[in-house]
Design a protein around this ligand. Sequence first.
Ligand code: FAD
Ligand code: MG
Ligand code: MG
Length: 318
Amino acid sequence: MSDDHRVYSYTATLMGSPILLKLFSNNEALASRVFRLIKQYEDLLTVNRAPSQVMDINHAAGKHPVSVSRPVYELIRVAKAASLLENSAFNLAIGPLVKRWKIGFQGDSVPPADEIAALLAITDPVDVMLDDAANSVFLTQPGMEIDLGAIAKGYIADRVRDYLRKEGETLALINLGGNIQTLGAPEGGWSLGIKTPFGGADELIGTLNVENKSVVTSGTYERFFERDGKRYHHILNPRTGYPLDNELDSVTIISTNSIDGDIWTTLIYGMGVEKGCAALRARPDIEAVFVTKSKEVVVSSMQHFRFTLLDNRYRLTG
Ligand code: FAD
Ligand code: MG
Ligand code: MG
């Protein structure tokens, strides 16, 4: 590459995740503004520390509606709609269970079955009441909690892309710890690695080649704990309250908007390979790469990317 195509990488830790921004000019000031933008969204949306607008909603559960800023309201509206899809594995009201399991945080433990049953009773997305006119959200049951952990990174990745575009950039990449969004592409496209589940830090199962696309990976190998020989990962089944149990080790979604990638990784986790591929037939704009426990890599379709298998312990099908 010639000098003017040099890649400049900027890193930060935000949302408990390693953040990577790639630019094609040395622009520390722009990188700082991007990190500040991400931090502003984190401050609005986090449920890991007060205050935030989402925490304000949660604290008022069972008491009163809370008016929030337009972007927060819109994100909650989209998250509720995804939660109400038929048989959806996505549930924005999963908060009390996430808080109790603490998977990926200090103090994780397997809750007793009766506690899980009690918490399930306060996770119905129908009990998240929205008022478009007031931009307000009311959790009707005491103890309810919204958790946007399965959608917020995707939403923020899209906002970063929009911001970079507005600033006149034509070539950039943002990685919010598993949520990648790209603007344009260098010659030959972006080559993005997909990690081998439970492999070493640099071990790649393969590479994805994309332009102008979002690539979101969700896996059971990043945030989990083991107790009595059993592994508990962080994507919970909203119907049982336990981690989703299926044939998948990870799923990667390729889409234009990262918010769709984030939502669909969770939806697909609930469907598994077969139902997932069937559901995606109706959505040609959204494509998936499944990695199964039996070491298969299944591709739902390959219209908007190329995949190259690197790990010969896996077989590519689909
Ligand atoms: P995804 O698969 O996209 O989402 C899984 C996450 O969504 C779970 O961790 C849980 O939070 C939630 N979830 C679980 N089951 C479901 C379900 N069925 N439906 C819907 N949601 C579900 N991590 C830290 O360690 N420290 C922090 O301070 C911190 N702050 C954060 C602040 C913000 C604003 C955000 C968005 C994330 C933050 N995180 C933090 C990370 C967060 O806790 C999640 O682990 C992370 O968002 C998971 O992203 P993912 O893409 O890996 O997983
Ligand atoms: Mg997600
Ligand atoms: Mg995610």
